[in-house]
Design a protein around this ligand. Structure first.
Ligand code: ATR
Length: 284
């Protein structure tokens, strides 16, 4: 049991070495002059439940959860918020004093806040969403929360896009449709915003093989990948004069409710925080 010392939280994933959460929370702890720490914990899939129980006993306030544990985190919690329920996955576990674990999902909120700052409302707009995994699911809910009129999902394996669209149709007001990446050219011509939620373009992965020439000139392009910050997809979009939005905004905004839950103060997303994270990425 931790006694007297500051509040301690963790970030649990596998691998965990490249997580920016310790830098991000560390920046706020220092900025707000709070006594606390956020420690990275590399935990294999099979050890997840045991490690969580151990951290609870050790007096941690809670943990952020990343790949591959988000579904397991949701499954082991005693209670959850509606965002975690919608996503069937959690990126935040809060350890309550009575031993109960509360699961939340702040990824959708992070993307919503980042886009709200960059674009305002999406009222009546058409969004072209690439990917059909867990990140795509959260992104559909974020676009819907911002009032998107139509969300067109395109995925390499079209059946997954269709399954995601069918699962979310009853939960959203926006019109949802699904297709394969081969339909890119047709849909690119009508999109106001393109959102990449696939892992293509991430450090070590091949880039998205899409021709941006068919995009409308005033379309914005967002990539949720932030390592590298300027993915080949965003680089191409910027060179063609499109407004681009990188993945750091989402990362910073999803961390706000976590920090507040762990350390008791609501932090601000500032240019200073962005600069600190950009510097950390440069050295990653
Ligand atoms: P997450 O939960 O982070 O979204 P995931 O469930 O593994 O991760 O989904 C990864 C997404 O990236 C999928 O939509 C995947 O497409 P498939 O479902 O067809 O596999 C997509 N993806 C990964 N690499 C890709 C690439 N090189 N080109 C296009 N899509 C890719």
């Amino acid at each position: 049991m931790l006694t007297g010392a500051g509040k301690i939280a963790g970030v649990v994933g596998w691998p965990i070495g490249h997580s920016l959460s310790p830098v991000l929370h560390g920046y706020w702890l220092q900025d707000l002059k709070l006594d606390g720490a956020m420690v990275p914990l590399a935990v294999a899939r099979d050890d997840f439940a045991r490690v969580i129980a151990g951290l609870q006993r050790a007096g941690f306030r809670g943990v952020n959860v990343t790949v591959p544990h988000k579904e397991a985190a949701f499954a082991l919690a005693h209670a959850c918020d509606s965002a975690a329920e919608d996503a069937q996955a959690a990126n935040l576990l809060i350890f309550r004093a009575d031993g109960r674990i509360e699961a939340r999902n702040t990824d959708t909120l992070g993307l919503t806040e980042s886009l709200r700052q960059e674009m305002g409302s999406l009222e009546g707009r058409t969004v072209l969403l690439l990917g059909a995994g867990g990140a795509a699911r959260g992104a559909v809910l974020a676009m819907n929360a911002l009032g998107a009129g139509k969300i067109q999902i395109l995925n390499r394996h079209m059946d997954k896009a269709a399954a995601l669209a069918a699962a979310l149709k009853p939960r959203v007001q926006a019109q949802i449709a699904a297709g394969g990446l081969a339909d890119w050219t047709t849909h690119a011509a009508t999109a106001d915003l393109v959102v990449n939620t696939t892992s293509a373009g991430m450090k070590g992965n091949p880039p998205l093989a899409l021709d941006l020439a068919s995009l409308r000139k005033d379309a914005a392009v967002l990539d949720i990948v932030y390592n590298p910050l300027l993915t080949p997809f965003l680089k191409d979009a910027a060179a063609r004069g499109h407004k681009i939005i990188d993945g750091l905004g989402m990362l910073m905004h999803q961390a706000v409710p976590s920090f507040e839950a762990f350390f008791g103060v609501r932090p601000q997303v500032t240019p200073g925080l962005r600069a600190c994270l950009e510097q950390a990425l440069d050295h990653a």
